[in-house]
Design a protein around this ligand. Structure first.
Ligand SMILES: [Zn+2]
Length: 310
């Protein structure tokens, strides 16, 4: 797709990287005239007109969400019945009814407060390249309000996050994606991880009432984690729909920021179909994030949905 400067001299902005001069839209990438680092790196290097693949929710997400909400409601009714039978007090029963939403609200508020108090906020003047990615991808995914973004030291797998409190949505990004000068060694990888987190927001995974409605499911081993895994696949679908060239970012979770270029994604993805064992199956059922092998398999073979269960 050729670049063109419209009448009036306005230079269009890259929908993904926020780089002036690129009219890149998902699935329609074109030769990028600029480089984020000043060296010969083309951010939008393919002059193709690929079909835009819409981001879809994982097929298990809605059924699991309904099941988790039902289980949570059942737990709530049992709790109310228990409190009523023990105390016989309408006041205590009412307090127990509002206690779970209040605890959820407080926990989310403290979590948000921690980021506001402790973390570096990504802004136009701090890590501006990452900031432009967040703004562009948020607009691209149809968010009415750009989420705040914070930088937190630590490993990639444990630090990337999307959350919310009240009307605020925010992302947490690991510092491992930046070099010592605050620049981006691998802009595609960072953009994919940002797109994944923005995808969580766009898909409604960070909503307060969703959390309240499913908190009881976490008491059932394997149920809450299954919903979480399905949501991860959904967020990956959003990221892949907007940045298919950044899927190699998942290698960061396996190899870390230094060794990930040497991780053979095809070999790891193949193990998702060949590795067997009871302990491995139990691990897959209990973990809240899809394993690296299964996630890579889902991103490499787009004809198959990510495996949530067996
Ligand atoms: Zn995620």
């Amino acid at each position: 797709m050729p670049h063109a400067t419209p009448p009036g001299g306005h230079t269009p902005t890259c929908a993904v990287y926020g780089v002036p001069g690129c009219t890149t839209t998902p699935g329609q990438r074109s030769a990028h005239p600029l480089s984020l680092h000043g060296h010969a790196r083309e951010l939008c290097s393919e002059d193709t007109d690929e079909e835009v693949v819409p981001a879809t929710a994982h097929p298990w997400e809605k059924p699991l969400l309904a099941l988790c909400a039902t289980v949570s409601l059942a737990f709530a009714l049992v709790l109310l019945r228990l409190v009523w039978s023990v105390s016989g007090s309408a006041l205590w029963t009412a307090l127990s009814l509002v206690s779970v939403p209040l605890v959820c609200w407080s926990a989310r508020g403290l979590r948000y407060a921690r980021e506001r108090a402790e973390s570096v906020r990504i802004s136009p003047t701090q890590f501006p390249e990452a900031y432009r990615m967040v703004v562009s991808l948020s607009a691209d995914m149809g968010l009415a309000r750009t989420p705040e973004a914070y930088l937190r030291p630590g490993p990639v797998s444990a630090r990337a996050d999307a959350a919310a409190h009240g009307l605020r949505r925010y992302l947490v990004l690991p510092d491992a994606l930046f070099d010592g000068d605050g620049r981006l060694p691998d802009p595609d990888a960072l953009a994919f991880l940002i797109a994944h987190q923005v995808g969580h927001v766009a898909a409604g995974h960070t909503g307060y009432w969703r959390r309240v409605a499913t908190v009881g499911a976490d008491l059932v081993p394997g149920l809450g984690s299954a919903l979480s895994r399905a949501a991860e696949y959904t967020a990956d679908n959003h990221a892949h729909a907007h940045l298919p060239e950044g899927t190699h970012a998942v290698r960061l979770f396996a190899g870390g920021p230094h060794l990930y270029p040497r991780v053979n994604m095809g070999e790891m993805a193949a193990r998702a179909h060949t590795d067997r064992g009871c302990s491995l199956l139990l691990y897959h059922l209990l973990t809240r994030r899809p394993s690296n092998t299964r996630r890579m398999a889902a991103l490499r073979d787009r004809n198959r949905r990510g495996r949530v269960f067996i």
